[in-house]
Design a protein around this ligand. Structure first.
Ligand SMILES: Cc1cc2nc3c(=O)[nH]c(=O)nc-3n(C[C@H](O)[C@H](O)[C@H](O)COP(=O)(O)OP(=O)(O)OC[C@H]3O[C@@H](n4cnc5c(N)ncnc54)[C@H](O)[C@@H]3O)c2cc1C
Length: 747
């Protein structure tokens, strides 16, 4: 804790301790108040302003320091100043005092609490941001919650101070009035309990619930307002129309059909969307061929004197197409029709919140009425407006798959996952690849050492990785093509034959009715949805890439589940989309997989963490496979085994990560991973060894000293006294012993 915080804490502690040591509480009892009423009245009549000022200051001090006695002070206010002035003085004094306590709690503890529980508090903070004033108002109205607890707890959240102040003042007004009024008849009060009858308490409780009910009503009114200009059909042709048959749309329609909903799935291009046709499937098939070539190139490493492979790029691309074909039946019209989904080919356009027009390739259109619409229209490659790009022509992940000739010199624009996967694949297949990234490193979302590992490997494999290079202009020169990139203020010229643009993906939000309906999009240009995946029209949902916040096939399926279930069963129960444990992988070599926080993000978010790493270069199976590289890096809550995030780099990192995903999802800590048998020799053992490293790093000097003494006593070389002497300091001992060699774990 910083010096100024410690000082403030010490002063506050001193004041509170003083209050109890000098038993100042005796002045804040009903009996004392009654006995002094005449004297206080006389004082007030003689010096009204001074009395009010002293009372105000004392009230602020009591509430600001969270001392017991605010109720008596309030009664005193009524007794001395009467209902009107009493209410005004107490209302301001209590609100100011509460705000001081709120600010003190924020100043002293918020940073530490956020650092320790930041990931858990994230949901609470989101709730406070959204509905904080409502929660606070409810808590203030219902006098069963001690006010000092509310002040201190709210200080730990991100609620704005001004909001806290005015909501507190408003929320406490009724309760204050009741107590001040009771104070005006002080002589008749026997106990504080008598002031609040059960009936009065119930009324407060009902009042407390009122703001939440009011909010629900506001939501309903808002929803009615957006629907106002659209005529609602008396009945509907369908329970659901799903726009787009990519990963998100397919899962939505699948769930809808499984629960016997009448569902229509509309696709304008190819069933399976990007993942099957231009994304995950073809890219992974290409990676496989490229990996084979990389193994041929490494033949000597495996004891094979000579190996060569004659590659025909067109054949590789035919294989890729073949893989897509082989998987196509999983996403086909036939399969989904058999599952009970009506599959229509055509372009969907939302005409109203309850009507979708479907225009077939022949130009004929039909309109379906539907209770719910799910937008799963996906995303497309973003093409930046770089001068000359249109003129030289370019490839994207959409168009790449029809290539049948390998470009001798390929520029890959972009150092994200797609750019990296494809850059390495093309390089391995024989192209001279230059990867151009304007940021200081590739794979910028990952920790710097992870980016460095991938970059090192890329460069070893002959890829010219140019980071900090901003593409400025494309030119045609002497019959060839040139990219001009800016690097540290000077121009770098890169001749090339083909350029692949992989600088990100943008959601498809235009041309199918969203503009006409006024469905808002976010700053990230995705369809704006709430936590239930609902758009501004509660019966129109969005999921997958079009809604974000992640753009993966598994997150598309995840958000599709919420869209489908909330749309079809939301009237009974709605589910908030849970993005707390989201994994992903980039299938480069080395493969990079992550779930939860990495170090960079933990620092950005101010979350306290401990880092444990295990180097896969030490793993038996990785050594046997000739893949001894990479690491497992786990972030945990300091002093605890709770996992905040894990990054795995190396062979099959995406598969290894599954253990951490499961652990995080179900609250399993590193101790349990360490206590789980892993098959020897597997890559998965890396997870166990990482947990072992974590465990060793937790051992304190006190513990080893105790063990030494215990074993010595066992050998008769030491006494029991030496063992017992080490017990008292054990729990508070923070001196860690250095982590032992990780390889000792399975010895
Ligand atoms: C090269 C590449 C590699 C990738 N690798 C991986 C990976 O390894 N792992 C991973 O998890 N993710 C990967 N992704 C991302 C993954 O492909 C997407 O996240 C996923 O496809 C999103 O699914 P979706 O259903 O939201 O959208 P899409 O798959 O894009 O489907 C949307 C569908 O909607 C249709 N559509 C749009 N508008 C209309 C309309 N008005 N009427 C009718 N139909 C319409 C489109 O034709 C499209 O078929 C990769 C992406 C790319 C480009």
């Amino acid at each position: 804790m910083k010096k100024n915080k410690l000082l403030m804490l010490a002063i506050l502690a001193l004041l509170v301790v003083g209050f109890f040591v000098f038993d100042l509480g005796r002045f804040l009892t009903l009996d004392y108040l009654k006995s002094q009423q005449a004297a206080i009245d006389a004082q007030f009549r003689a010096h009204p302003l001074a009395t009010a000022a002293i009372y105000f200051a004392a009230y602020v001090a009591v509430t600001g320091l969270s001392l017991p006695g605010a109720a008596i002070m309030t009664l005193a206010g009524g007794a001395v100043f009467g209902l009107g002035w009493g209410l005004v003085i107490v209302s301001f004094a209590s609100s100011i005092g509460a705000t001081i306590a709120f600010l003190a709690s924020r100043f002293l503890f918020r940073e530490a609490v956020q650092a320790k529980f930041g990931d858990k508090l994230a949901a609470i903070n989101r709730g406070i941001e959204r509905d904080g004033p409502f929660y606070l108002f409810t808590l203030r109205l219902v006098p069963v919650f001690p006010f000092f607890v509310i002040n201190l707890a709210m200080g730990l959240t991100k609620l704005r101070t001004w909001t806290f102040y005015w909501v507190s003042q408003l929320g406490m007004l009724l309760g204050t009035a009741v107590y001040v009024n009771a104070g005006t008849q002080l002589a008749r009060i026997d106990s504080l309990r008598g002031i609040l009858s059960p009936g009065l308490l119930l009324s407060f409780a009902l009042l407390g619930i009122f703001p939440l009910v009011a909010k629900k009503i506001v939501d309903v009114v808002k929803a009615r307002r957006v629907y106002a200009r659209w005529p609602r059909p008396a009945s509907f042709d369908r329970n659901m129309v799903v726009i787009g048959a990519g990963s998100a749309g397919l899962v939505t329609a699948y769930i809808a059909a499984a629960v016997k909903a009448k569902v229509t799935l509309v696709e304008k291009h190819r069933m399976g969307g990007d993942c099957l046709n231009t994304g995950c499937v073809p890219s992974k098939a290409l990676i496989r061929s490229a990996k084979f070539m990389s193994h041929v190139a490494r033949a000597k490493e495996f004891g094979i004197a000579e190996a060569s492979a004659r590659l025909r790029f067109a054949d590789v691309m035919e294989r890729v197409a073949g893989v897509v074909k082989a998987i196509e039946p999983h996403d086909s019209v036939e399969r989904y029709t058999a599952l009970g989904v009506e599959c229509l080919t055509g372009t969907a356009k939302i005409l109203s919140p309850w009507a979708v027009e479907i225009r077939g390739e022949d130009g004929r259109a039909q309109t379906l009425t539907t209770k719910n619409i799910v937008i799963a229209a996906g995303a497309r490659p973003f093409v930046p407006p770089i001068p000359g790009l249109e003129d030289v022509g370019y490839l994207t992940s959409d168009t790449l798959w029809s290539l049948r000739e390998l470009p001798p010199r390929l520029v890959v624009l972009g150092g994200g996952p797609i750019g990296c996967e494809l850059a390495q694949s093309f390089a391995r297949l024989g192209a001279r690849v230059t990867q151009v990234e304007m940021l200081p490193r590739i794979m910028i979302r990952e920790d710097p050492e992870v980016s460095a590992m991938v970059m090192r490997r890329f460069r070893e494999e002959g890829i010219d990785v140019l980071v900090g290079h901003k593409a400025k202009q494309f030119l045609r020169e002497d019959g060839g093509k040139v990219l001009v990139a800016e690097h540290e203020g000077r121009d770098v010229r890169i001749p090339f034959d083909a350029v692949l643009v992989a600088v990100g993906r943008v959601a498809n939000t235009q041309g199918y009715g969203l503009e006409e309906l006024g469905v808002p999009v976010t700053k990230q240009r995705t369809v704006e949805v709430n936590e239930y995946m609902q758009t501004v029209y509660p019966n129109i949902y969005a999921c997958g890439d079009v809604a974000g916040p992640y753009q993966f096939t598994h997150t598309a399926a995840h958000t599709a589940w919420y869209s489908a279930v909330n749309a079809l069963f939301g009237r009974f129960r709605k589910f908030r989309a849970d993005f707390s444990v989201i994994p992903w992988a980039t299938f480069t070599e080395p493969e990079v997989a992550r779930v939860g926080l990495n170090e960079t993000e933990a620092k950005e978010k101010g979350v306290a963490y401990e880092v444990t790493t295990y180097g896969i270069d030490d793993l038996d199976r990785a050594i046997a496979d000739g893949e001894a590289h990479g690491l497992v890096k786990v972030l945990t809550v300091p002093g605890k085994d709770r996992i905040l995030g894990a990054t795995v780099v190396g062979e099959h990192a995406g598969d290894l990560l599954a253990e951490y995903v499961l652990a995080m999802k179900h609250g399993i800590g590193l101790n349990k991973i360490l206590g789980t048998i892993h098959v020897y020799p597997t890559l998965a053992e890396a997870n166990k060894f990482a947990a072992g490293n974590w465990k060793r790093a937790q051992v304190t000097r006190g513990q080893t000293e105790l063990l030494d003494a215990l074993q010595a006593w066992g050998r008769g070389a030491g006494g029991l006294g030496a063992v017992l002497a080490r017990l008292p300091g054990l729990a508070s001992d923070k001196r860690r012993v250095q982590a032992a060699e990780p390889h000792a774990e399975h010895a």
